[in-house]
Design a protein around this ligand. Structure first.
Ligand code: DGT
Ligand code: CA
Ligand code: CA
Ligand code: ZN
Length: 582
């Protein structure tokens, strides 16, 4: 059983939280930094520890002797002593509790100490009973904040970020294809539709030997626990995510893939379309039931007219294939029937990135390193948009106007030497009235101004965002709602109104491709495009590796019916320049 890097990282993050909850200094930060680098490490760190010892692990940036020996401890014993001790001292559901917006490890520590709060239910009860205000350092405001956010946190429980589920889906399909008698294998469900969060991973296999496939699946080294195993199906837990497997006959694979991809709304509409044509569609196939007295007498009643391929299923219903990202019951079946499906954009259409950070603000790398990495990816341009100071920026992260001036000169110099175009930009903060935190004359001299909300992220944000979008120097409204998946829902935004204003002002609306944000979401992208607004897919990268987030942005754009021309970062550089100048 190999231990994945993200599992290892999660243990150190938990340890960091437990230490922070006990007011330990420095160590939490050190563990979090180490966790981050372990998660991103290109080799499997557990294998490295096992085969080459702690010295090899210590070569990872920010991993010292103490952490390396804990890695080895975890690999050898499946436990870390210090973590076990801390868990015993502070027996709380840390992940659940800290998923409530505004509740961090320190709050958890204090509330456990004073009131014995261990779970979300206990947290909610303590807030309702006005017990929290009796704890030193807390007031009625904390209580109302908790009551407001606890439901959101509860709903998020058990849903995983898309970016945590995608590698699991890829690993399990590769593993099954490589080890079992598999004719076809695919992921289905919300993962195939690229929903921002995933309840469980659904894997589907076509095989004439289902038992062998199920056995291979339950022996999968990444599976930490077998939840159930039956005839032709099984469920396991891998890296805290549930994975469901179904094995079907090759002749029924396409129908099963269609059915288990969903969504439910899409499938209901499809089923009704079938009934209107004297057909019956289910996970076993499409059946002609025109001469049948009781089409519901069994699952495979009537003549099978499709089932082996998914496109065959749609074809039997007089439809072209419908891309999985569109299957949310938002008009895709009518559009398909009318021959009006969009020509969705693909990853290879992306030519650059207009939102990224360097060590000038809170990024990890120099301007040159970020430009170099973009050049290696084959991008034609990038725009450096470090944070300006202002609402939401703490700890000296944001740049003053004077610092932005010096960065502007440096960016011009880097642009002269770089193979690709380097635009000079800024990420300015939108305050509660829609005003920006940077001098207007300076904004005008920058190539690209991304304006984003970073503070006061509750209530209705429409007016504020419209004001920002209409500012003559603003080119992009960044992560418009400010949501963070499983953490906070962000601003309520009337996207239609915002998009109308943005289209008129020539301002683009961002799909922030960071998998913790994916903001705008698919439905909002669709609404924005309907108003004629331009969207842009940006990664908000704080390190070169984060450029890879672009795929999540592309699939989110596809969920919003976006064609390449709708997306600014697919345009040729000179057209992007003209848009930014306009
Ligand atoms: P998730 O896992 O909550 O992120 O969302 P899904 O969409 O992956 O849902 P899941 O795993 O419960 O089921 C996979 C697909 O199977 C779902 O998208 C549609 C189909 N399906 C499951 N249960 C039903 C059902 O009761 N009725 C219909 N029509 N379809 C279903
Ligand atoms: Ca699922
Ligand atoms: Ca499932
Ligand atoms: Zn940013």
């Amino acid at each position: 059983m190999t231990i994945r890097n993200d599992e290892l990282a999660a243990r150190f993050e938990e340890l960091a939280d437990l230490l922070a909850a006990q007011d330990v200094e420095y160590k939490p930060v050190a563990y979090r930094r180490a966790a981050e680098n372990i998660r991103e490490h290109p080799e499997n760190v557990a294998t490295l520890a096992q085969e080459e010892g702690t010295d090899a692990v210590e070569r990872i940036d920010r991993v010292g002797e103490a952490i390396a020996s804990k890695v080895l401890e975890y690999v050898e014993n499946g436990e870390i002593d210090e973590l076990q001790e801390k868990r015993a001292e502070l027996p709380v559901e840390m992940v659940a509790l800290t998923s409530v917006e505004g509740v961090g490890p320190k709050t958890v520590g204090s509330l456990y100490e004073a009131l014995g709060v261990q779970t979300l239910d206990e947290l909610e009860a303590a807030a309702k009973n006005e017990e929290i205000r009796t704890v030193s350092g807390f007031g009625p405001k904390t209580e109302s904040n908790i009551l407001e956010n606890v439901d959101f946190a509860r709903q998020s429980q058990g849903r995983q970020l898309l970016s945590d589920a995608v590698p699991i889906g890829e690993t399990v399909t590769d593993y099954l294809t490589g080890t079992a008698p598999v004719e076809r294998c695919a992921v289905a469900g919300s993962l195939r539709r690229w929903r921002p969060t995933i309840g469980d991973v659904d894997a589907l296999v076509a095989s004439t030997n289902p038992q062998t496939v199920v056995d291979a699946f339950t022996d999968w080294p990444d599976a930490s626990r077998v939840i159930e195993a039956g005839t032709g199906k099984a469920s396991v837990r891998a890296n805290d995510v549930r994975v469901d497997l179904r094995v079907v006959e090759p002749a029924e694979f396409g129908a099963a893939l269609q059915y288990f991809t969903g969504s439910k709304d899409h499938n209901v509409e499809l089923r009704n379309r079938a009934i209107a044509r004297d057909l019956k569609v289910n996970e076993y196939g499409v059946f002609d039931v025109s001469g049948i007295d009781d089409p519901d007498a069994g699952q495979r009643v009537g003549d099978r007219v499709a089932g082996e391929t998914e496109s065959g299923v749609y074809d039997a219903l007089d439809l072209p294939p419908i891309p999985a990202e569109l299957r949310e019951g938002r008009g895709e079946i009518d559009a398909a029937a009318a021959g009006a499906l969009p020509e969705l954009l693909t990853l290879d259409a992306i030519r650059g990135d207009l939102h990224l950070h360097t060590e000038w603000s809170d990024g990890r790398n120099s301007i040159e390193e970020m430009v170099e990495a973009a050049t290696e990816r084959g991008y034609e341009y990038v725009c450096v948009t470090d944070h300006a100071e202002g609402p939401g920026m703490v700890g000296g992260v944001g740049l003053s106007d004077q610092q932005l001036e010096s960065q502007l000169s440096e960016l011009r110099a880097v642009d002269d030497d770089a193979e690709i175009d380097v635009f000079a930009g800024v990420e300015a903060n939108i305050d509660a009235d829609g005003r920006l935190s940077v001098d207007d004359a300076l904004l005008e001299r920058l190539d690209c101004v991304v304006a984003s909300p970073h503070a006061a992220l509750d209530g209705d944000g429409t007016d504020r965002l419209v004001t920002a979008a209409e500012h003559p120097a603003v080119d992009v409204v960044g992560h418009p709602t400010g949501r963070q998946l499983n953490r906070r829902s962000g601003l309520d935004v009337d996207v239609t109104a915002l998009a109308e204003a943005a289209a008129k002002a020539g301002t683009a609306l961002e799909i922030n491709a960071n998998p913790r944000r994916l903001d705008l979401r698919g439905a909002a992208v669709q609404a924005a495009i309907e108003q004629g607004a331009t969207v842009t897919i940006d990664t908000d990268a704080h390190r070169p590796g984060s450029y890879d987030y672009v795929r999540y942005g592309v699939h989110t754009a596809r969920r919003g019916w976006a064609e390449p021309s709708d997306v600014l970062t697919t345009w040729p550089t000179e057209d992007v320049r003209a848009f930014l100048d306009g």
